[in-house]
Design a protein around this ligand. Structure first.
Ligand code: AMP
Length: 427
C-alpha cells in the first residue's frame, strides 16, 4: 500500500515524501481512512509505530479542506501528557503542514508563557498542549476551545498514570459537544476503556500491534546480576560493545543522577533526563544524545515518554519498572519504524517478581544471561524492594513538591496519583 491510496491531499503527500516515508505504517493504514471519514477513532498503538502521523495527517487534511475564517479560531487540539511528546508532535505537525495554509502552536509548562501567548494571538488552527499550561492559559483568557472541531488525546494511558483525569474532564467541558475525537493509547486498562466511553462517539477501533505485546524487531535479554554489581556491568556492556547511543532507564530521579555520575567517571559521556531537570537542561541533553555527543541518556519513565529518537539501537533497563506496562513503553524506544533494536534488562534478586509479571504481560519468557564476574547474589532476598521500602517511597513523594513545581505541570496533585504506583513517579 502507498500513501497515494489513502485519500490525502497533494500538499500532504509532498510533505510525506519530503520526510522520506514511502509506505504507511500499519497504524497509519488503519487509522487514516476512518479519520478522513470524520469518525471517532480509538487506536491502540505504542510510540514508534508512526501513530503521530496516523492522526496528524488526516487532521490536517480535514482542516485544510474547510474554508478558513479571517479570525482564526483554534480548530484542533492535540493533548499530550509530557512536554517532550508535545514538542515532538508539534514538530511533526509543522513538517506535515509545510505546504498547507495552516498555522500551529505548542504550549507546555516549565518555560516562559509569553512567547506561547504571542504565537497564539497571531491566530492558529492547531494547538498541541499539555494539560497544565492549557488550563492555565485558558483561565487567563488567552485562548478558547469553543471552536474545536477535532480533539486528539495522545498517550491516554500515560495521561491517567500522571493523574490528568480531572484536567482532561475540564478540557472536555471547554469544547463544543459536536466534535471529532481521536484517542490513542498503548495499553487498555479498565480506566482507559471507561475514559474512551466518556469521550468517544461510536468509535472505530484500530490496533497496530496486539495489545501489550512487544515489537518483533526488538531482541530482548535479561542479565541476572547482583544489585551492587549493576553499575559495573552496565559500564562493561556499553564499553565492550562500543555502543554509541544507549537509552538507560532507572526507576527514580536520584537513581538516574547517581548512575549518570558513575558513567561520566568511567569516561562515558552521559546525561540524565527527569522531572527535576529544567526544560532547557532536558532539551540540551536530548539534543546532545541525538547528535552523538552524549552516548548515554539516563531517563525515568515519565521523562522518556514522547522522546523521538529514530533508530535507537540500545535500551537498557538498569532497574525493571514496577508497573509491567512501562516495560513495553521503555523497549518501544528501540526497533522503531522497522529498525532492529536491542533491549536489555539488568535484573537483581529483588526484581524477580517484576520480571515474572512482565513475562506474563508480554506472554514470553525472556532469555537470561550471566556475565562472569557479575553473577547474581544467591543469598539475596527475592522480596521486591517496593515492599521493603514502602514508607520511604511515600515520604519521598510528599517531600518532592519543589521538584514538581519545576516540572511545570502540576503542583499539589499527589492525591491524583494512582495509589498503585509507588516511588517518585512524577519524574
Ligand atoms: P511515532 O510512533 O509517531 O512516534 O513515530 C515513530 C517514528 O517513525 C518517527 O521518527 C516518525 O518520523 C517515523 N515514521 C512515521 N511514519 C513513518 C512511515 N510511514 N515511514 C517511515 N517512518 C515513519
Amino acid at each position: 500500500m502507498s500513501f497515494n491510496s489513502l485519500g490525502l491531499s497533494q500538499a500532504l503527500l509532498k510533505a510525506i515524501s519530503k520526510k522520506g516515508y514511502t509506505t504507511p505504517s500499519p497504524i497509519q493504514q488503519k487509522a487514516i481512512p476512518p479519520v478522513l471519514e470524520r469518525k471517532d477513532v480509538l487506536a491502540s498503538a505504542q510510540t514508534g509505530t508512526g501513530k503521530t502521523a496516523g492522526f496528524t495527517l488526516p487532521l490536517l487534511h480535514i482542516l485544510s479542506e474547510n474554508p478558513k475564517e479571517k479570525y482564526r479560531p483554534i480548530r484542533a487540539l492535540i493533548l499530550t501528557p509530557t512536554r517532550e511528546l508535545a514538542a515532538q508532535v508539534y514538530t511533526n505537525v509543522k513538517e506535515y503542514s509545510e505546504f498547507l495554509n495552516l498555522r500551529s502552536a505548542v504550549i507546555f509548562g516549565g518555560v516562559n508563557q509569553k512567547p506561547q501567548i504571542a504565537r497564539i494571538r497571531q491566530g492558529i488552527d492547531v494547538l498541541v498542549a499539555t494539560p497544565g499550561r492549557l488550563l492555565d492559559l485558558e483561565s487567563q483568557g488567552v485562548l478558547s476551545l469553543k471552536r474545536i472541531e477535532i480533539f486528539v488525546l495522545d498517550e491516554a494511558d500515560r495521561m491517567l498514570d500522571m493523574g490528568f483525569l480531572r484536567d482532561i474532564e475540564r478540557v472536555i467541558k471547554m469544547m463544543p459537544t459536536q466534535r471529532q475525537n481521536l484517542m490513542f493509547s498503548a495499553t487498555f486498562s479498565k480506566d482507559i476503556k471507561k475514559l474512551a466511553h466518556g469521550i468517544l462517539n461510536n468509535p472505530v477501533q484500530v490496533e497496530a500491534t496486539p495489545e501489550n505485546t512487544t515489537v518483533e524487531a526488538i531482541s530482548q535479554k535479561v542479565y541476572r546480576v547482583a544489585k551492587g554489581l549493576k553499575t559495573g556491568l552496565i559500564i562493561k556492556l556499553i564499553s565492550d560493545g562500543y555502543w554509541k547511543q544507549v537509552l538507560v532507564f532507572t526507576r527514580t530521579k536520584h537513581g538516574a543522577n547517581r548512575l549518570c555520575k558513575k558513567m561520566i567517571s568511567a569516561n562515558i559521556s552521559a546525561a540524565a533526563i527527569h522531572g527535576n531537570k529544567s526544560q532547557s537542561a532536558r532539551t540540551k541533553a536530548l539534543a546532545g544524545f541525538k547528535n552523538g555527543s552524549i552516548r548515554v541518556l539516563v531517563a525515568t519513565d515519565i521523562a522518556a515518554r514522547g522522546l523521538d529518537i529514530p533508530l535507537l539501537p540500545h535500551v537498557i533497563n538498569f532497574e525493571l519498572p514496577n508497573i509491567s506496562e512501562d516495560y513495553v513503553h521503555r523497549i518501544g524506544r528501540t526497533g522503531r519504524a522497522g529498525a532492529k533494536g536491542q533491549a536489555l534488562s539488568l535484573v537483581s534478586a529483588d526484581e524477580t517478581t517484576y520480571l515474572r509479571d512482565i513475562e506474563k504481560l508480554i506472554n514470553m519468557k525472556l532469555p537470561v544471561e550471566i556475565v562472569e564476574g557479575f553473577e547474581p547474589d544467591p543469598n539475596a532476598s527475592t522480596e521486591p524492594e517496593k515492599r521493603q521500602q514502602r514508607g520511604g517511597g511515600n515520604r519521598s513523594r510528599r517531600n518532592s513538591g519543589s521538584g514538581h513545581s519545576k516540572s511545570g505541570e502540576h503542583k499539589n496533585n499527589n492525591s491524583r496519583r494512582r495509589p498503585k504506583r509507588n516511588n517518585d513517579r512524577r519524574n
